[in-house]
Design a protein around this ligand. Structure first.
Ligand code: SF4
Length: 259
């Protein structure tokens, strides 16, 4: 059986008329002029500004993991998942090579996602505990998930220049979402470090020096709360550094803040 893109793939708002970013300057121009979250989704999902990441994401989509050999990979930047007016924003690192880069939806189809969505379900923020494909019926409640860097990087490590090139997409998305957001859950130190200049760029008065990352950290910013959380990577969940109870405590707090 060959699994092909169809109803199971993320709604793809990009059309043949969607402008394609091919370098950092294009990203700045196209992100800043995107008039809606949907426009950000469309433009970011066809971005080709980082040559190394474009090559990697598309190469993985061709070579594939053996277990998914009969599936067609998304192999593109992964846009945000969830409503365009969330009360809770979850900020991750980057798509997983055989998870979101395969399914086209953040944290979908890998072990990290198993942990994340099970916790969101337990905390009343998702309608089901599993996330296996883009057509599995999963709906988030008041919650949107975005990545700091939108393309799968080798070894899950984007280069600083790639993080900086991608930042305008996050800046514009955050700018559009910020009026509704009440809590930001930041998964891991990479996303934590990336958040503060992004907030500064949209005019939020952020503390100096930058708050230190810690699991359970809370930083209040003019009616919003930024929550630190260990990343749901296997490195943390397999070793017991992050337990289900620890993860649930963060999302229960976020749900409380969301009202
Ligand atoms: S990482 Fe971001 S800026 Fe770079 S190609 Fe992907 S979407 Fe574009």
């Amino acid at each position: 059986m060959t699994v092909r893109p169809g109803s199971g793939w993320p709604a793809d708002p990009a059309t043949s008329r969607t402008p394609v970013a091919r370098d950092a300057g294009d990203v700045v121009r196209l992100a800043s002029s995107a008039g809606s979250v949907r426009a950000v989704d469309a433009r970011v999902s066809v971005c080709r500004a980082c040559p190394r990441l474009v090559s990697w994401r598309e190469g993985v989509a061709v070579s594939k993991r053996r277990a998914y050999a009969d599936q067609e990979y998304w192999g593109r930047p992964v846009p945000g998942f969830g409503p365009a007016d969330p009360r809770i924003l979850i900020l991750g690192l980057a798509p997983g090579a055989h998870g979101a880069n395969r399914t086209g939806r953040n944290f979908t189809g890998d072990r990290s996602g198993d942990w994340l969505y099970a916790s969101l379900y337990r905390c009343g923020l998702a309608n089901q505990p599993t996330s296996v494909s883009a057509d599995d019926g999963l709906v988030l409640d008041r919650t949107r998930i975005v990545a700091t860097v939108r393309c799968a990087p080798p070894d899950n490590k984007p280069a600083p220049a790639e993080r900086d090139t991608c930042r305008p997409w996050l800046v514009r998305e955050l700018e559009l979402l910020w009026p509704d957001v009440r809590a930001v859950v930041v998964l891991g130190a990479f996303a934590w470090v990336g958040l503060w200049p992004t907030l500064r760029a949209i005019g939020v008065d952020v503390p100096r020096p930058m708050p230190r990352f810690a699991h359970g950290a809370e930083v209040t910013l003019g009616g919003r709360v930024v929550l630190g959380c260990y990343h749901v990577s296997q490195q943390n969940t397999f070793t017991g550094k992050l337990t289900e109870a620890m993860l649930d405590a963060v999302f229960a707090r976020a749900a409380e803040l969301a009202g």
